[in-house]
Each structure stands twice: as structure tokens, then as C-alpha cells.
Design a protein around this ligand. Structure first.
Ligand code: GLC
Length: 532
């Protein structure tokens, strides 16, 4: 085996803590709840959990608005509950990643309370303050991702502050050295406790143009799209200096042994890969979200994989994501039968996969009635489908009341179908998507080719996605049928001889394959090829 970092062969599992397991009957998930479900995660076969923010917060954006970076919010428990979780996870060999939200704090953070109290407060420059435009309006045309101007007027001090998201989420000024030092110390605080790394929120937003020019209009904008897309975020995101900021965070993470830095970045591939940093001094894994918006079409996905592989810098390790708490559920987007094919894709591509909680149950995108909407994005920009509640519904553990998630009414309704699509049920069904996830992770663990071998596409004219994973003399063939129609592919004689390692429906394991691979609709197979 070649030397790899733990996170290169790991499978990461994202937990949205409000929705995983409630332990105290308030309808919201918590840390003790997660600890009580670690056995499930071990059984599933993941290697690391990333927990969305658990820090003290007014919860205007459900924890992405932090008022104390070093405290656990009482809703989720106490610091001891976190320490218990960390220790219990580590004793099972599970790594724990936290969500670091450095771009903005809550407006209730003492730093911001100080900053807005007067123009001469020592924390004034920790946030981004500007004088009004000559007409008294916002300083420029920058827009908030959650609707409206990104500038909020503060009557007391007569200036505007910048917020890329909610007005209760003021952006920190990463050009200020004291901010950098304070945030580095936050990282050290958690690293000292033993966390294994961070997923860094909106990392490509951290630096804004210091001359504050207007963003250019977006000629591609069409009504019905989120209003912030009316301008191109040229001067508000992805600025060259952001890479120095990230390299600074990386140096802090590297003060500790073998910790991981992941960046949340929504950018086209050629700009995304810059986030590995010069000489790989940036994020270890800039999240690759390309599968989230590529049409579910074999040729388009094959092309995407090749483009991504080609764009990676030398030594840059790939990663793949099918869903997260900001995106529609994969099963909702492509349908349940294909969600299983997507699982096989995610877990057999080269690179570190991240599973979004519940996708292993095929959880659908839930319909949220207007009176149950909680997401501030949907509340600010209603009716165009930006709401994120539908992919944040409670984990479906069993068919008892509230799906075993809570003893009282959950903060969001359960998704349709939970009475059958739950852990207790699916665990007993050998053909279920849950068992498919388990079998795929089991196969990855046993196969160096799947865990860290090379990727080689096999080009076909058909609607099948076919590729090899190879390490030394171990070769694995993956064939995925992205349609509902049966299909077969015949290879040149003698090249493809082996046996099925994993099949989508679980009924072909060990089947001998020679020259021709037959696939039912919505089927995929992982075939271990005989060595030649
Ligand atoms: C990230 C988070 C999202 C949050 C936003 C603002 O995109 O994933 O949930 O609303 O940042 O913090």
C-alpha cells in the first residue's frame, strides 16, 4: 500500500445536528443524540463525521450565525456532551470534523456588539463598515445571497455594514490582522480538544475588494432565479488574496498531526481547483459539488469526471459530494431507483466521498407546507424554490412515532415514506439502498483499487457510465446504467474477465463475467477483474 492520509481513503458522513437524533424530547437533535447513534455509523461503515455548526448561536441561520465560537449551544448540549461524543467516536475509530464559519459571525457576537457600538470601538474594523452613498443609500450594489442589499444601515453610527447572508450575519474583516489571529486561536481551541479537522463555511467569500466597486450586472440573469444572481460577484468572492487567508488557516491546522481542512466552494472547476493552494498549501479538499448540478446523463457525467481529473493540480486529492443541507436531496432530483446508482458512483469514483445523512435511506426531498417553513432563505425569497428545509428533515430511524427521531413533534415534518424508508426496515432488507451503501463501503475497505487506485474511463456510445479503478495489478470495472432500460455491453474478447463484487440489487455477488456485462434498468455493478 502506498502511504496515504486517513482522509484520502475515508468516507465522510455529514450530520445536520438538528435533524439526526433528539435525546431530550425538544424536537431538535442534539449531541447526546449523535453519541447514541455512533453504533449505527460504525455499522454503516463510514470513517468520519462532519457535524454542521453546534456552537452558541441565535439560530437565525440554524447555527451558521455564531455568537461564541468556543461554546456549544445549549440546544445541542454542553461542552461535556461534545467531549463525550468526541471520545466515543474516537474509541470507535471515527474521526470528527467540525464546521468552521469564519466569514461572518452573528450580530449577537460580542465582537459585533462592540463593533457597532461606536466608530472608535477597538472592534470597529473587525467588520466591514462603509459610509452611505451620497444619496444616503447603500455604499454600492452588492447583494446578499439571502435577498436584498448586502448592506445594512446602522443608525447609531451612521454607517452601513456588509453581510453576504442575513443582516444578522455581519461579515468579518479578514484584512484585519486581529481578526485573523482571533480566528486562528478558535481553530487551535478545537484542534487542542482533539477534533480531526474542519469543513470551512463559504471559504471563497472571505476577502472582498478593498475599493468596493459595484459588481457588474449579470446578463444571464432570468426572473425566477435567486435575486442575488442579478450581479456577478466579481468583487465579493474568489479574490486572489483569499488564498493567503486559506494558507494561513492551513498552517494552523498543520501545527497539529494529520488534521483535515475542507473548503466549501461553489465555483466552476477551473477556479475551484485553485483552492488546493499554491504548492498544495490551501484546503486539502476543496469540496467538489459538480455532481449536484450536472444533468444525470452518462455522457455528461463521464465528461465531468474527466474534466475534474484533468483540472486537479499535481498531488491534489479529489473528492465528490451528492448532497448537503443546502441542496435538494439526490433521490428527489433523480428518483429513488437512480439514487442507488448514484451511491455506487459516489463510492467508486477516485477520491474522498461525502455522504449526506439520510441519503443512505434514499430519503426524498420533503414537501414543506408554507406554515412549517423554517429556512430564512425561503422566508426572504419565497416561492421560487430556494428553500432548504426539504433536505433537512429528521433522520428516519424506525416506524415508531416521529420515526424514532424524537419523543415530541420534530422541528421540521418527516419526509413522505418514512414508515417504510427507515433504518430498522431497510437494515433487514438485503436489497435495500442502506445495505448497498454498506456493501460499497465494505468493498472500498478491502480494495486498494477502489480506495486509492487510478481512474480510467471506458468510452462507450451507449447510455452507460463505465470506468476502471486500478492499483498495481488490481483492476476493478464499474458499469452503471443511468436509465431504467435493460442494457448490455460487450468488450473486446478476453479483456473483461472477473466476478461481481457488488451489484445494486445485491443478487449478483460472485457472478462470473466474461466479455459481456449485462445490466438491468437502474443497475450498476462493481466487477473485480482477474489479474492477467
Ligand atoms: C453556507 C452554509 C449554509 C449557510 C451559509 C451562510 O453556504 O452551508 O447553510 O446558510 O453558508 O452561513
Amino acid at each position: 500500500m502506498k502511504r496515504t492520509h486517513w482522509w484520502q481513503t475515508a468516507v465522510i458522513y455529514q450530520i445536520y445536528p438538528r435533524s439526526f437524533q433528539d435525546s431530550n424530547g425538544d424536537g431538535v437533535g442534539d449531541l447526546a443524540g449523535i453519541t447514541s447513534r455512533l453504533g449505527y455509523l460504525s455499522e454503516l461503515g463510514v470513517d468520519a463525521i462532519w457535524i454542521s455548526p453546534i456552537f452558541q448561536s441565535p439560530m437565525k441561520d440554524f447555527g451558521y450565525d455564531i455568537s461564541d465560537y468556543r461554546a456549544i449551544d445549549p440546544l445541542f448540549g454542553a461542552m461535556e456532551d461534545f467531549e463525550t461524543l468526541l471520545e466515543a467516536a474516537h474509541s470507535r475509530g471515527l474521526k470528527v470534523l467540525l464546521d468552521f464559519v469564519p466569514n461572518h459571525s452573528s450580530d449577537q457576537h460580542p465582537w459585533f456588539i462592540g463593533s457597532r457600538s461606536s466608530r472608535t470601538n477597538p472592534k470597529r474594523d473587525w467588520y466591514i463598515w462603509r459610509d452611505p452613498a451620497p444619496d444616503g443609500g447603500p455604499p454600492n450594489n452588492w447583494l446578499s445571497e439571502f435577498g436584498g442589499s448586502a448592506w445594512e444601515f446602522d443608525g447609531k453610527t451612521g454607517q452601513y455594514y456588509y453581510h453576504a447572508f442575513l443582516s444578522s450575519q455581519p461579515d468579518l474583516n479578514w484584512r484585519n490582522r486581529e481578526v485573523v489571529d482571533a480566528m486562528h486561536d478558535v481553530l487551535r481551541f478545537w484542534l487542542d480538544k482533539g477534533v480531526d479537522g474542519f469543513r470551512v463555511d463559504v471559504i471563497w467569500h472571505l476577502i472582498k475588494d478593498s475599493a468596493f466597486p459595484d459588481n457588474p450586472p449579470n446578463s444571464d440573469y432570468r426572473p425566477g432565479k435567486p435575486p442575488h444572481q442579478k450581479v456577478v460577484p466579481l468583487y465579493t468572492t474568489d479574490l486572489p488574496e483569499v488564498h493567503d487567508v486559506i494558507a494561513g488557516m492551513r498552517r494552523v491546522v498543520d501545527e497539529f498531526d494529520d488534521r483535515l481542512l475542507i473548503g466549501e466552494i461553489y465555483l466552476p472547476l477551473e477556479r475551484l481547483v485553485a483552492y488546493y493552494g499554491r504548492d498544495l498549501d490551501g484546503a486539502h479538499l476543496p469540496f467538489n459539488f459538480a455532481l449536484l448540478n450536472t444533468p444525470w446523463d452518462a455522457r455528461k457525467i463521464a465528461q465531468l469526471i474527466s474534466e475534474y481529473e484533468a483540472a486537479l493540480p499535481r498531488g491534489g486529492w479529489p473528492n465528490w459530494v451528492l448532497g448537503n443541507h443546502d441542496q435538494p436531496r439526490i433521490a428527489g432530483r433523480i428518483g429513488s431507483p437512480q439514487a442507488a446508482v448514484a451511491a455506487m458512483l459516489l463510492l467508486t469514483l477516485r477520491g474522498t466521498p461525502t455522504i449526506y445523512y439520510g441519503d443512505e435511506l434514499g430519503m426524498p426531498q420533503a414537501h414543506i407546507p408554507p406554515e412549517r417553513v423554517r429556512d430564512p432563505f425561503e422566508k426572504n425569497v419565497p416561492g421560487i424554490g430556494v428553500g432548504r428545509d426539504g433536505s433537512r428533515t429528521p433522520m428516519q430511524w424506525d416506524a415508531t412515532e416521529n420515526a424514532g427521531f424524537s419523543t415530541s413533534e420534530p422541528w421540521l415534518p418527516l419526509a413522505e415514506g418514512w414508515k417504510s424508508a427507515n433504518v430498522a426496515n431497510l437494515r433487514e432488507d438485503g436489497t435495500s439502498i442502506l445495505n448497498l451503501y454498506r456493501r460499497l463501503m465494505g468493498a472500498r475497505r478491502k480494495s486498494a483499487a477502489l480506495a486509492h487506485g487510478g481512474y480510467r474511463p471506458y468510452l462507450t456510445e451507449q447510455d452507460l457510465l463505465i470506468y476502471f479503478r486500478e492499483f498495481e495489478d488490481e483492476r476493478v470495472l464499474i458499469a452503471l446504467n443511468l436509465t431504467h432500460i435493460d442494457s448490455a455491453i460487450t468488450f473486446p474478447p478476453g479483456q473483461i474477465v472477473g466476478s461481481v463484487l457488488v451489484s445494486i440489487f445485491g443478487d449478483r455477488d460472485g457472478e462470473h463475467v466474461a466479455d459481456t456485462v449485462v445490466l438491468r434498468g437502474d443497475e450498476g455493478v462493481v466487477i473485480k477483474l482477474d489479474s492477467v
